[in-house]
Design a protein around this ligand. Structure first.
Ligand code: PAF
Length: 284
């Protein structure tokens, strides 16, 4: 695996791959890799001729009170995992390389960036879209792979890629879960054993929402109210939001009969976790 620390080196390496006529898949990450990330690398490998990944803990997407300094970092372990998955190119730039002094340009997807996590984490999605736009320009991939766990992020990146005419296919890969249902996340590492159990409420609330939907419930407000009651009963977990929205524009839905994204975010201790479920279209 070739490791590139500079933009110039990464661009040359990925261009060489594409000039050889190969379809290049790209998996952007912030490191602290788990099975979820590795499933993205596998999906990229399965549909592309070569795979590039990036490891960059992007300061621009962390708020002033968030966990940038304590975000888990283990480059050597991550590098080995990616190498085992057959990733050929790894872009691992410094903060100065990505954001040289004087940089003042941002990429913002208006509207969508202020919904769901964007409402609770002002500026977060502006940081994500800015770095992903830069990464797309540097790596110039044919396809980029993201986890469906970050459903709002996927919707926003799709919008950005369409609006700014990036010639890249955005591929969303299924949520990877622990055997008990907890969605895999680098932030799970912050949970102590008791919090780890409490965190299962996120998945339980989605499971319950799905059961209601299977039983014929189509009124979003009723499904949301049930989930809010479940969170109110569990004092150790603080609900941030439980919403039912259109998966593309993230607007709240009244009726879930036409396909819907059920998204939840909650704090377990100081750790903010997210999870979601997509309800398919089905006749009433
Ligand atoms: O999903 C993530 O890990 C990050 O938001 C991303 C897409 C790598 C941008 O920093």
């Amino acid at each position: 695996m070739r490791i590139c620390n500079t933009i110039e080196d990464m661009r040359a390496a990925s261009r060489a791959v594409r000039h050889a006529g190969k379809r290049l898949g790209f998996v952007p990450t912030m490191g602290a890799l788990h099975e979820g990330h590795l499933s993205l690398a596998r999906a990229a490998k399965a549909s592309c001729d070569a795979v590039a990944a990036s490891i960059f803990v992007n300061p621009a997407q962390f708020g002033p009170t968030e966990d940038l300094a304590k975000y888990p970092r283990n480059f050597e372990r991550d590098r080995e995992l990616l190498e085992k998955e057959g990733v050929e190119l790894l872009f691992a730039p410094s903060v100065e390389e990505m954001y040289p002094a004087g940089a003042v340009t941002w990429v913002t997807v208006e509207g969508l960036s202020a919904k769901l996590d964007g409402r609770s984490r002002p500026g977060h999605f502006r940081g994500v879209t800015t770095v992903v736009a830069k990464l797309f320009h540097i790596v110039e991939p044919d396809a980029a792979f993201f986890g469906q766990k970050d459903a709002a992020q996927v919707a926003i990146i799709r919008r950005m890629a369409a609006d700014l005419n990036f010639p890249v296919e955005i591929v969303a890969c299924p949520i990877m879960r622990e055997p008990d249902g907890l969605a895999m996340s680098s932030r799970n590492a912050y949970l102590d054993p008791q919090q780890r159990k409490q965190a299962l409420l996120l998945h339980r609330s989605l499971f319950r929402a799905n059961k209601l939907w299977e039983a014929g419930e189509r009124d979003a407000a009723k499904i949301v109210a049930t989930a809010q009651e479940e969170f109110a009963a569990e004092k150790s977990v603080r609900l941030d939001y439980f919403e039912i929205v259109d998966p593309d524009n993230l607007d709240p839905l009244d009726d879930v009969g036409n396909g819907a994204l059920v998204a939840v975010a909650a704090f377990v201790g100081q750790t903010r976790l997210i999870d979601n479920l997509v309800l398919p279209k089905r006749s009433q």
